[in-house]
Design a protein. Structure first.
Length: 332
């Protein structure tokens, strides 16, 4: 007889609803297909009070996190702002789950409240590309990875709602076998089951493509740009590194992205600046230096030119509504 696996999904204000449904629905389908209650789940909060999702839908939790005693897995889902009101009590609860051999994890922005407990220090964690700059700035002791899923020692994380679905399929396969897992995937027309080795797709900043579909040398140049945000490199050095002349790289970039390498590089740095504006408490001076500007004024000018608002306005607006421009989705 299959042993029942119990999961607790801890929701915080502004959590992405898609992550919660992407976790629960495949488990529900697995139970129905298997004809047994292989999985149970409870939607939880720190206080038991109703929680409003990023979509504005209000959820009434099934219970309070600290009251739970039979959870095999605890997953946090949140916006990057998420934090426990009583972090000491919450951390103690999660530590007890680890001590008895259970697992904990997070979906999307839920990595932020999880990392704020300190329980991810020294462990790898899947960080959605939308949050990578802000996460790295706040948690230097945590090891971010670019894969859609990270299955570490008693720690499971997923970057985005589709990745959550994949992670649940992995749990279903372990409990009920590959046949039922495949049938669940087919129920939802989920054609490609991704594992922890699959890298995240990242969008091009200027075209309706992903960076991995661009010409090989352009893609390598973009990767080099991304690795040198704080310490900018010269375009001629990037061209040499990808075995091209500066002029050839310029032509290739314009064909692939519609922009010059220099303009694309600046947009990449500004995208990271915006993550820090929206999801960190760093000062604008600190942000400017961290994305390769020698002073604040040029960054402020470029920021407004690209996003139509100043960083100060962008940060203020975020308190009342989520800004989406395609460069950084706020709740995934």
């Amino acid at each position: 007889m299959t042993q029942t696996v119990t999961l607790g999904f801890v929701i915080f204000p502004g959590f992405p609803m898609a992550c919660l449904t992407s976790a629960i629905e495949p488990l529900r389908a697995a139970n129905e297909i298997a004809g047994t209650r292989a999985f149970r789940w409870r939607v939880l909060s720190e206080t038991g009070e109703a929680v409003t999702s990023s979509a504005g839908v209000v959820f009434a939790p099934d219970g309070i996190l600290s009251d739970q005693t039979e959870l095999d897995h605890v997953f946090l889902t949140s916006s990057p702002d998420g934090a426990f009101a009583n972090v000491t009590k919450a951390t103690a609860f999660l530590q007890r789950r680890l001590r008895v051999g259970k697992s904990l994890g997070a979906f999307s922005g839920g990595i932020f409240p999880l990392a704020r407990t300190g329980l991810m220090d020294g462990h790898p964690i899947s960080v959605h590309w939308c949050y990578d700059a802000a996460f790295a700035a706040e948690f230097p002791k945590v090891t971010p990875v670019k894969t859609v899923i990270c299955e570490g020692e008693q720690r499971l994380t997923a970057a985005g709602a589709a990745a959550v679905f994949d992670l649940m399929l992995s749990l279903i396969e372990k409990s009920l076998g590959p046949e039922i897992m495949t049938e669940v995937a087919c129920w939802f027309q989920h054609p490609f089951v991704r594992t922890g080795e699959v890298s995240q797709k990242t969008p091009s900043l200027t075209t309706a493509t992903t960076t991995d579909t661009m010409p090989k040398q352009v893609s390598k140049a973009i990767q080099m740009f991304a690795e040198h945000i704080e310490d900018p490199v010269q375009i001629k050095d990037v061209a040499a590194a990808v075995n091209m002349s500066t002029r050839s790289l310029e032509r290739s970039f314009r064909r692939a992205t519609g922009e010059s390498p220099l303009k694309y590089y600046r947009l990449l740095r500004l995208k990271q600046a915006r993550q820090l504006v929206l999801y960190s408490s760093d000062t604008l001076t600190e942000i400017a230096f961290s994305v390769g500007y020698s002073s604040t004024s040029p960054m402020l000018n470029h920021y407004k030119e690209v996003y139509g608002v100043t960083p100060q306005e962008d940060r203020k607006n975020r308190n009342s509504f989520r800004v989406t421009d395609g460069s950084c989705l706020p709740s995934v």
